[in-house]
Design a binder for this molecule. Structure first.
Ligand SMILES: [Zn+2]
Length: 244
């Protein structure tokens, strides 16, 4: 299944402690299940094999992170950190980012005209998501995080024509597209097939879409439908990035 799992599929894919279970509630837990991907343990950096990964939540006031670990490396748990804490992680692991560049059909909101546009789809962190407290419960906040840097969020449509502030794309001779988000001080890159390169050059840019619900390493047309679902569920954020 391209983007994810069935949301109500039992059993819950991760180990969580009682505080996390209560803090997130059933909707919040479903969000964790569909936005965290057990690629590498965020304590030891090794892959997950077999046993269910454990969720470690670290929060400061109304925001924090949820990460995946081998239960032996870090048990499922909930930690409240002091706001002033400058605690450094001793982890040897790195967060896995995956991205792919492809052409997807889009429809002009005013004109109704269909055209193929180049997209850079990115999951910025497989094993870690931002979380926030909202109406008494905690939930995954990947999209909220990127929205504050001027990316558009979904809903009925994802407005792809609006540029992302201070974002610039570059394309090298080997067909690697790199998008830099100046306000976020982050960059994302992917290799492009020749037809994607041509379309990027023709239009003078690319649509960047970020979401932790995305698993954009599946080479399949099902992508289109799953991606449309993610837009309607406001699980992605994106916008236009011009070539520099
Ligand atoms: Zn581990």
């Amino acid at each position: 299944m391209p983007w994810g799992r069935h949301k109500n599929e039992p059993p819950f894919p991760f180990l969580v402690d009682d505080i996390t279970r209560e803090a997130f509630g059933s909707a919040g837990l479903r969000g964790l299940a569909t936005n965290l991907w057990p690629h590498e343990c965020q304590t030891c950096g090794r892959e997950f094999v077999g046993a269910r990964p454990a969720v470690h939540v670290e929060v400061r006031e109304s925001g924090g992170t949820a990460t995946l670990h081998h239960a032996d490396c870090h048990p499922a748990g909930w930690d409240e950190l002091a706001t002033t804490s400058g605690r450094e992680s001793s982890s040897t692991a790195t967060l896995s980012t995956i991205s792919c560049a492809l052409l997807l059909p889009t429809v002009g909101e005013q004109t109704g005209v269909e055209s193929w546009r180049p997209f850079l789809l990115v999951n910025p962190g497989l094993e870690q998501v931002a979380v926030v407290k909202d109406d008494g419960h905690w939930r995954v906040a990947t999209v909220d995080y990127y929205a504050q840097f001027g990316l558009n969020t979904g809903g009925e449509v994802l407005r792809l024509g609006d540029g992302i502030p201070n974002a610039i794309a570059s394309l090298d001779d080997r067909g690697t597209i790199t998008v830099m988000l100046g306000d976020l001080r982050a960059g994302f890159a992917a290799e492009c097939e020749p037809e994607v390169v041509d379309r990027i050059r023709e239009l003078g840019g690319i649509v960047l879409v970020l979401g932790s619900v995305l698993r954009p390493d599946h080479d399949t047309l099902d992508l289109v439908h799953e991606f449309a679902d993610a837009i309607q569920a406001r699980q992605v954020a994106g916008g236009w990035v011009p070539l520099g």
